[in-house]
Design a protein around this ligand. Structure first.
Ligand code: TYM
Length: 332
């Protein structure tokens, strides 16, 4: 039987998931899951690079797994697991750290942004976070990594590290390709549309959480910052607020940007926002309902994650053994 190509991707459980996680990542995970051998991970090792409350982290980890399934991931065909259950991630990170330049990590935009946001806690883990991400991907010999726009630079580093290691020793790692959707790869804040919508944004009205009620979604979209003027046209540079709402409307309804422009020609932002609000609420509500059912059954989630962790470990260990051998560690 022909070996299926491999996907690995993950979400950091540092908050409630947003509509950006859906459009940048989860929707594509679902789309690709029947064609590829998929590993979908809850990146709890990544989460602790920012301060976490232990009980909260435990809860968010399970909530994130439930959200994966609620979004349409089939836990029978895809491998769902918790990163810290597979110690090989930390072990490979150490080896890859010795192949990564300080300059390479210093150039990472996300490191620079997060250092600015959390100037009281610029820890070494935050610095080497992209190397852990490379280890996540390379352990599974992933061909494809479906992510949003903000992860592109980390993927480039992953490819460089894979090529460097392969060149220094011999072919060991598959060099992965990013998979970034054309629309929805960067959903913006509803309040500051020049900034990415982020689960850790302190302005709650800027985020659509996948757990929001219909009323909350409609209200947040009604209060979203639009731009001067009154025309609904797709212009990301000059009308980032309207362009963001059009993107959300496209995602919820499948309508193209030109169809949306004609639909709202001659109408004001008020009509537009109310239609976007209703459509997005309708789009999110089945996911939220399914999620609420799933988190009520923690035993079932635990079973899925235990078996996923075992399967992931089996694959990860195979790669780590090769790496240890190549770098010269004694193996008895
Ligand atoms: P995280 O948890 O920040 O985000 C998870 C995924 O969602 C995408 N995303 C968005 N897409 C569009 N618009 C947005 N506003 C938006 N916000 C988030 C992200 O691009 C990402 O694809 N370090 C990663 C998790 C990770 C990972 C990995 C991913 C750890 N190891 C290996 C891929 C492969 C992170 O913190 O993503």
């Amino acid at each position: 039987m022909e070996q299926r190509k491999v996907i690995l991707s993950g979400v950091t459980p540092s908050g409630i998931l947003t509509i950006g996680h859906l459009t940048g990542a989860l929707t594509n995970w679902v789309k690709l899951q029947n064609e590829y051998d998929c590993y979908y991970m809850i990146a709890d090792l990544h989460a602790i690079t920012a301060k976490q409350t232990p009980a909260e982290l435990r809860k968010r980890t399970l909530d994130t797994a439930a959200m994966f399934i609620a979004s349409g991931i089939d836990p029978v065909n895809s491998t769902l697991f918790i990163q810290s259950h597979v110690p090989e991630h930390s072990q490979l990170t150490w080896v890859l750290n010795t192949f990564t330049g300080m300059g390479e990590c210093s150039r990472m935009t996300q490191f620079k942004d997060k250092s600015r946001q959390h100037s009281e806690n610029i820890n070494v883990g935050l610095f080497t976070y992209p190397v852990l991400m490379a280890a996540d991907i390379l352990l599974y010999q992933a061909d494809l990594v479906p992510v949003g726009e903000d992860q592109k630079q980390h993927l480039e580093l992953t490819r460089n590290l894979a090529q460097r290691f392969n060149h220094n020793y011999s072919d060991t790692f598959k060099v992965p390709e990013p998979y970034i959707p054309e629309i929805g790869a960067r959903i913006m804040s509803l309040q500051e549309p020049e900034k990415k919508m982020s689960k850790s944004d302190p302005i709650q009205g800027s985020i659509i959480f996948l757990t929001d009620t219909d009323e909350q979604i409609v209200g947040k979209i009604k209060r979203a910052v639009t731009d001067s003027g009154s025309e609904v046209i797709f212009d990301e540079e000059n009308k980032p607020g309207v362009a963001n709402l059009m993107t959300l409307y496209h995602i919820a309804t499948g309508k193209s940007m030109s169809e949306i422009e004609s639909e709202f020609a001659g109408k004001g932002y008020g009509d537009f926002k109310s239609q976007v609000g209703d459509s997005v609420a309708e789009f999110i509500s089945p996911i939220r309902d399914r999620y609420n059912e799933l988190i009520a059954n923690k035993d079932e989630l635990a079973k899925i994650l235990i078996s996923g962790g075992e399967k992931a470990r089996h694959t990860a260990l195979r790669t780590l053994r090769k790496v240890y051998k190549k770098v010269g560690f004694v193996q008895f």
